[in-house]
Ligand binder design. Sequence first.
Ligand code: ATP
Ligand code: MG
Length: 720
Amino acid sequence: MADKPTFPPIDFRSELNEDQFGAVTSQSRNALVLAGAGSGKTRTLTYRVAWLLEQGVPPWRILLLTFTNKAAGEMLERIEDLTGIPRSQFWGGTFHSIGQRILRANAYAVGLNPDFTILDADDADALFSNVCKQVAPDFIKGKNSPTPRVIFDVVSYARNTRSPIEKIAKERLEWAPRAEEIVPALWKEYTAAKRLQNSCDYDDLLELLCELLRNDPPARERYGNRFLHILVDEFQDTNSLQSEIVRLISGPETHVMAVGDDAQCIYTWRGANYKNIVDFPINFPDTQLHKIEINYRSTPEILDFSNSILSARTEESGFSKQLRATREHGAPPYVIPQLDSFAQAHAVVSKIRTLVEDEGYSLSDIIVLYRAHFQAKELQLELTNLSVPFVITSGIQFFQQAHIRDFVAQLRFVQNHNDRVAFTRILNLIDKIGPRTAERILEAGNNVASNKNIKLLTALLDKLVLKKVPEVARDDYQDLILTLQDMSESLHGKEIQTGATAAELSQKIAKTPDEENSLGELFDFFADGNEYANSVLTENDIAKTENTVLATPAEVVRIGIDGWYGDFLKKIYPNWQQRYDDLESLIGFAEKFENLSDLLAQLALFSTETTDKDVRERNGGNDSLRLSTIHQAKGLEFPVVFVIGCADGLFPLRRAIEEGDLDEERRLFYVACTRAKEKLFMLYPKISSGRDSSLLDVSQFIREAEPSSYRMFYGSPRSF
Ligand code: ATP
Ligand code: MG
């Protein structure tokens, strides 16, 4: 038998500082490690597990809870490297994965069979949708009614914050009549339906675990006795349900260690509550507080600036911390205004070039962070054009998101009425119209168009075609076609309604040798008899005869957003506001193009699906630039960090400013800046793109920071 690999003993004293060592070897019943970003909290947790193993605690008596599966995997890997104990022996993972594991073993106690299925988000949606249709069809039917998905989200928030569903429904769906009565009733039915098919959804994994521990004393005792140590990372982002689970699962002998940073709480919108940290010593008796005040990650310059962001907070957190830097001095953080978001993208890419070509960084040392996905699209364009390999942490590129593709399908169809794929994609968005119905509608439309010699878009509203549209879908369908007509008219000129595009018309005229003839034809089309100047007409010329100015691509985009799709988004997506912002940002993007076909050609370039893996393979390794929202970059660190869009309205987002809720945005900005180890560049466009281009001011978070803690830079991007 092969010998078990032996691992050199860990020199805890030399690998940890005094405070970290104190926390790692803590003997107190419970412990709270509270420290700022980059101070080694995660490292402390990892070494704590190694320490416990060295003290003889069996791995199966340790429960390690982290925020993401990726974080859990990385920590278990570190521990395996440090101690040689295979990760399979630990109980480590997210709250959901641990919930699943415990519920499997105790299914009967919560009314499930042990082979219960877990509904993923789509499954749960489909089931809840069915329940809504059966129980309260009127509640979801109207044009301004909440969709099942929106309702589902509202209830999920209530469950995660352990608040009464009636209360949250009333608050969040105040615009939907009787929401506080109907939503709980829907929920009751949905719960019964889940039970009937022996299944549970994601939130159940937490809720049922809580229920089990509360109502089944023997089970609670079993787990309470089993886990000698429970360790929780990123405690500031736990919600009230998760915090309750930690409380219930710890027995009389269990030691709980939580680590966190109240200044980095960025998930309150999903029910996280950093007060869990403040309340920790109340919920967990004999808590010893460990503070780590040394930062190992960032240069003193980056740290000063980050500390300075926090000093502007309105609400002082329960614990104050002052971080000291250990790293050598480096460059100051730079704030770099650029003309607009294209110039910003250009500046980022040229700076990355110098970093890689002259300063010895590799692309994988660099991350570009932003508040919202839409802010990265010009950068994606620039990187694609210059063939710089990049990966996007959340996996979906801006232009590959469903709502962007759905919208682009409308532009495609408006540009080219023969684009069947685009047409089917759009129609499929409407409930009750599947691919087959869409085909039938299109066929009927084409028949009517050729029989009556009218344009397809006009024909699509003909009685004969409407018959093919399921009755419940008819309102939506008509709104959609009217919007497409508006877009098309603006693009090609008004004659679209009367039977020909301007392009076809001018061709016809140009090809007709007999001028009388062409004149006659033209007058047929423009019954009001407007004059025209030339027998060979351009689209513009014809539009002028109609007193119409043809729309730019940006204007066509705007008409589309103002039309059916804008309303549709609100109904279908709980996070419609964010998606709406994405679409609005397309207007600014479209402004760079003179005609729609150029814009569409560029968009087509983006629409090939690539995954992280593809990009790496094409690139022959791991060396890609990383683009990420700040939420997704939590806990990570990079030598070089760019934060783009650092202007009021972009970061903080306009919505947050309007709602006066800036604290979470400020914490998010702090998280962004503290990812940087050596260099931090913050850029912003001085002119906003989109609907109302306006002048932008540098982010208030930067204005509030100590002016000596950063440097403004105006000039060529390569030289900063
Ligand atoms: P965040 O708040 O962003 O989650 P954190 O507090 O969890 O940060 P870590 O990621 O654990 O911080 O550590 C930050 C960096 O500092 C890591 O590269 C880590 O290896 C290093 N580090 C932490 N403590 C020490 C130490 N005592 N000696 C050397 N390096 C350290
Ligand atoms: Mg960490």
